[in-house]
Each structure stands twice: as C-alpha cells, then as structure tokens.
Design a protein around this ligand. Structure first.
Ligand SMILES: *Cc1c(COP(=O)(O)O)cnc(C)c1O
Length: 230
C-alpha cells in the first residue's frame, strides 16, 4: 500500500519535470528555474525526506515558525538556502536576517531601512526581492505598482540593499497570466533579473511568463490544514 504514496524524490522529480516542460514549451528562457519548496506548516520530520532527496531551497512565511524548525535541520544538512516569503514586521527583522538567506517580501521603506541596519549589525548581506501588490488589492502586502520601480531604486541607493528581483502573489480566482506578465515588465523597467512568481496551482503559467523562482508548497508536501482566522 505504501507504494502508492510518492516519495519525496518522486514528488520533487515530478515538479521539476513540469517546470522543465513548461520552460521548453513556452518559455522565454531563463537559464534555470529555482524550485522554492514551501514548507510552512510542515514540521522538521516532514521536511527531512526532501533534504534527504537532495533538495536545498526552501521557503517559509513566518519567522517564528522557521526559527523552531530550521536551526536543527541546518545542523544536519549542508547548503540549505532559506527564503522568507511572508510579510515581515520590522521587530522581527533581526531574527529574520540571522535565520534566512534571501528575503522575498521587502515592500516598504521602513522595512528596507531596518533590514539595512540589521544586515550591517549581523555582518550579513542578504539578497532581497521586492514584493509588488500586483493586483492592487487593499488588504495585500506589497509595494504599489505605481511606486514599484522607484522603490527598487530607493532600496538600492538609499538603503543599499542587493535587490535581485521582484515577487508577487496575484489575486485569487483570476487567471494569473496577465499579472505575471505585468510583474515581468516591471522587473525590466526596474532593471532586476529575477522573478519569484507561481505557486502550486499556477507555476507552469509563471514559468511560461519568465519566472526564475517558483514557490511550491502543497503540490510537494500535500494539503495544509485550513488556516485559522488571524
Ligand atoms: C503558502 C505560500 C506559497 C505556496 O503555496 P501552495 O499553493 O501551497 O504552493 C507560495 N508563496 C507564498 C507567499 C505562500 O505564502
């Protein structure tokens, strides 16, 4: 019976194959698409098989949850690259800079300034993505579309951050393609190369629109328990 449950390496291989097929079929060619395995809500024991299978790039959306999980895993596996993909409060920036290798959710000047200070203090220079509120949604994180290019400029010149790309989460229940295309245009205008876009339901579309990083959770780890109301 256990043979009907795909192993971590089989799941990783299946996603990698879908990425590669989308890239070849439609892609404007990024050289390589990085699969960020989103392990939020899954504990260390559930993540371990993916590390055993050789995967090293993971995403978490909460600093505290990641703090409980990753220092132990890092002690056992070399070469882990941990991305923060969720909203970051400035009072968690110090912990985030210590724990993560890439921060994908930079979306306001205050946060950019605090990250600069914390990186100086820790003596670490983390690459960052600027998150764009690509659907212009009132409740959503991300810099406004109209300010996105200028904000990348400020992150670089005023906050001296190493901005490598843009990240977005399109509105739910709408075809994501036009939003991904818009993010790619903004990245070009801002002069950044990387595009973090696409999740379990739409990563092939994102790859077709030029994603360099896809953030895949449930398609790898299985369904998450429903989120409790915040
Ligand atoms: C949870 C999450 C994902 C992964 O979502 P899935 O649909 O499970 O692949 C990707 N990006 C962000 C920002 C997330 O919070």
């Amino acid at each position: 019976m256990t043979e009907s449950v795909p192993s971590a390496s089989e799941r990783l291989a299946a996603i990698a194959e879908r990425i590669e097929r989308a890239r070849q079929r439609f892609g404007p060619p990024p050289e390589k698409v990085t699969l960020v395995a989103v392990s939020k809500t899954f504990d260390a024991e559930q993540v371990r098989p993916f590390l055993e299978a050789g995967h090293r790039v993971f995403g978490e959306n909460r600093v505290q949850e990641a703090q409980a999980k990753w220092p132990g895993l890092r002690a056992s596996y070399e070469g882990i690259e941990l991305h923060l993909i969720g909203p970051l409060q400035t009072n968690k920036a110090r912990d985030a800079v210590k724990l993560f290798d890439v921060i994908q959710s930079v979306d306001r000047d205050k946060l950019a300034g605090v990250l600069r200070a914390e990186m100086d203090r820790a003596g670490r220079e983390l690459p960052v993505f600027v998150q764009v509120n690509i659907g212009g949604e009132a409740q959503k994180a991300g810099i406004a579309i109209d300010d996105a290019v200028a904000f990348v400029g400020r992150c670089r010149s005023e906050h001296r951050l190493n901005v490598v790309g843009l990240m977005c989460i399109p509105p739910e229940g709408e075809p994501p393609g036009p939003y991904f295309a818009h993010l790619a245009e903004l990245a070009k205008a801002a002069g950044v190369e990387k595009l973090s876009m696409g999740m379990s339901g739409d990563f092939e579309t994102a790859v077709a629109m030029g994603a360099t990083h896809v953030r895949v959770g449930s398609a790898l780890f299985g369904a998450r328990p429903p989120v409790a109301a915040a």
